[in-house]
Design a binder for this molecule. Structure first.
Ligand SMILES: Nc1ncnc2c1ncn2CCOCCNC(=O)c1cc(-c2ccc(F)cc2)cc(O)c1O
Ligand SMILES: [Mg+2]
Length: 214
């Protein structure tokens, strides 16, 4: 049977990137998506904004909702100091299988814990599964209609603390209107929009950075 797009993306990494070199894995995926097949990675333009927020936060505990092929997982994990853990949740087993191989190719498997399952089911288990009290940083990049229910779930599970940073992808395209309305109007968040473009296109998109105020 024909290969899938994530499998073709993985093959491009294995053929073009250097094993153990996260930057070459990132560049190989960006090249594949620009010159061969578009794929829904956060991409290089929004990825640079993601990098700067991760470097500013220096998280000791980080969560990613929506792994896909592991592109943003590699971007985040390569910036984390030793001893920190990035937990990434992926619903689709085929995506997760590719992501594990991309993360391993980058040599970052010891900094990443990929869990398969739906965010709504897994978030309440973070404490018992990993002993995580609170997350310093959350990158939100999964089903656009799950953004709002899942941050409310993070609040209810007391997984956010004063100063926890949420960074949400695709707030313009495909768009997350309810999420934006909530974080921009809630007294519990201070929110800021980083204007950019939909990965590998000229279409407007952006990231919303929100600080939880407690
Ligand atoms: N653990 C979990 N729990 C729940 N749900 C989960 C999950 N893990 C995964 N999922 C669900 C699916 O995750 C992928 C979500 N991402 C996108 O859909 C996406 C789409 C576009 C896009 C597509 C077409 C266009 F024309 C224009 C833009 C761009 C992006 O940057 C996107 O991120
Ligand atoms: Mg996205």
């Amino acid at each position: 049977t024909r290969s899938t797009r994530p499998q073709r993306l993985l093959r491009a990494v294995q053929q073009k990137a250097i094993k153990g070199d996260p930057q070459s894995v990132i560049s190989a995926i960006d090249y594949f998506c620009r010159h061969s097949e578009w794929a829904m990675n956060v991409g290089d333009e929004k990825g640079s904004i993601l990098d700067s927020v991760v470097c500013e936060v220096c998280p000791t505990t980080a969560l990613e909702l929506g792994t896909y092929c592991g592109y943003s997982t590699v971007r985040i994990a390569r910036l984390l100091p030793p001893g920190t853990k990035l937990i990434t949740l992926e619903f689709n087993p085929a995506f997760a299988a590719v992501a594990r191989q991309v993360i391993e190719y980058a040599g970052l498997q010891n900094k990443v814990c990929l869990v398969e399952g739906a965010s709504g089911d897994l978030i309440p288990k973070m404490c018992q599964m990993f002993g995580i009290k609170t997350f310093d940083f959350v990158f939100i990049d999964h089903w656009k209609d799950r953004y709002l229910p899942d941050i409310k779930l993070l609040e209810e599970c007391q997984l956010l603390r004063k100063g926890s940073i949420l960074l949400a992808d695709n707030v313009i395209c495909p768009g997350t209107p309810e999420y934006l309305e909530y974080v921009r109007n809630s007294p519990h968040y201070e929110s800021k929009y980083f204007k950019s473009h939909l990965e590998y296109t000229k279409v407007e998109d952006g990231l919303e950075k929100s600080v939880f105020l407690g």
